[in-house]
Design a protein around this ligand. Structure first.
Ligand code: 5GP
Ligand code: MN
Length: 337
């Protein structure tokens, strides 16, 4: 097991108390998260927003990119303004969810505000006036849950829905290795507050279009198996999208499919962007650590889910990344449970 940088309970309590004080004594909040937001970003932001509403605060939300389509119907997602520059200065505090540094938000103009930084990734630069960093959390939503409870806000269905969304998605539907009793304890409370786990799983994972099913077929058809079937390599380009009538928005979650094959220990998904950049997403099982590979290339994430961007062309970078992943697999398999 990788060693997690655990905060002692006393440190956590102090940080949490300071964040609660900072929230109680301020009125106008802006909540943001990382660019290309995922379920944990959206869930953490909106759970926090509904909690601040309950405290009578003025709440604004801004993200650099829109939420993936299947999150658009979740409560309050239409409150998130999409902008890459912040022009509003009438803010008492900025709350940033799961972003290692301010640049990761993709929103410029956030500097200079009183900032509360909440994250569960390794390598956060502690850029806030208050920094709550806990790598033992399976989702940022776990930390937001604790904060909301500490603020004394009741767990409404809207808040519980977003906390559950954050955990359901960031654990890869309860597959990743960073799940703890706390994860289930929070989910239990969310279900008690009225969340329907079957409906949540269907809404998040079973809301594909027919085009997306065709895209799955096309991607798997062109997938390469390497390292004696332990590594799956998938490619996305404009031709595949055009042939299946889909957009890049339809690719969310597809990277997890190859891991359903027993032999496959890691997946890398290369997505060519219009500007020539290549987005590299990675997933793995057990102790195969893809975060280390991502951080070598200026990216980040978690042991079982990480990513980064590199300038293309694909042929120039592909071999090196595959070699690094093959090494990560060999290392990780030594300690497989
Ligand atoms: P995904 O493959 O779904 O884009 O990202 C998986 C995980 O890696 C997420 O936790 C995400 O925050 C992290 N991640 C992906 N791309 C980057 C990146 O470019 N920089 C950093 N710091 N983290 C990334
Ligand atoms: Mn997260």
């Amino acid at each position: 097991m990788a060693i997690l940088r655990m905060k002692s309970p006393a440190t956590t309590d102090t940080t949490l108390a300071r964040i609660c004080d900072a929230i109680r004594t301020r009125r106008r909040f802006l909540i943001t998260s990382h660019q290309r937001p995922d379920g944990d970003s959206i869930g953490s932001q909106l759970a926090m927003a509904f909690a601040l509403d309950a405290l009578g605060k003025d709440v604004r939300l801004v993200n650099a990119d829109p939420a993936p389509d299947h999150y658009l119907e979740f409560p309050g997602v239409d409150r998130i303004r999409i902008a890459r520059t912040l022009d509003d200065r009438h803010i008492d505090a900025v709350i940033v969810m799961e972003s290692g540094d301010l640049a990761r938000t993709g929103v410029s103009g956030l500097e200079g505000f009183f900032t509360i930084n909440i994250d569960h990734h390794q390598g956060n630069t502690s850029y806030g006036a208050l920094n709550w960093l806990d790598e033992s959390a399976a989702a940022c939503g776990e930390l937001v849950f604790e904060l909301i409870r500490s603020l004394g806000v009741p767990l409404t269905l809207d808040i519980a829905t977003h906390i559950y969304l954050a955990i359901l998605t960031d654990t890869g539907s309860f597959h990743h290795s960073n799940i703890t009793p706390r994860t289930f304890d929070i989910c239990r409370q969310a279900v008690e507050a009225g969340v329907n786990p079957a409906a949540m799983a269907r809404r998040v994972f079973d809301s594909n279009s027919f085009g997306k099913l065709k895209l799955i077929g096309a991607l798997l058809d062109e997938m390469d198996l390497m390292d004696e079937g332990r590594l799956a390599v998938m490619y996305l380009n404009d031709e595949i999208l055009a042939a299946t009538g889909t957009t890049a928005n339809d690719t969310e979650g597809l990277i997890n499919l190859p891991l359903t094959a027993r032999e496959i220990q890691a997946v890398v998904f290369f997505k060519a962007a219009a500007d020539g950049e290549i987005r590299v997403s990675m997933r793995s099982k057990y102790d195969v650590d893809v975060r280390t590979v991502a951080s070598r290339h200026g990216g980040g994430g978690h042991k079982n889910a990480a990513g980064f961007s590199v300038p293309g062309p694909l042929d120039a970078v592909r071999g090196g990344i595959i070699r690094e992943l093959t090494e990560a697999i060999a290392l990780g398999l030594q300690s497989r449970p």
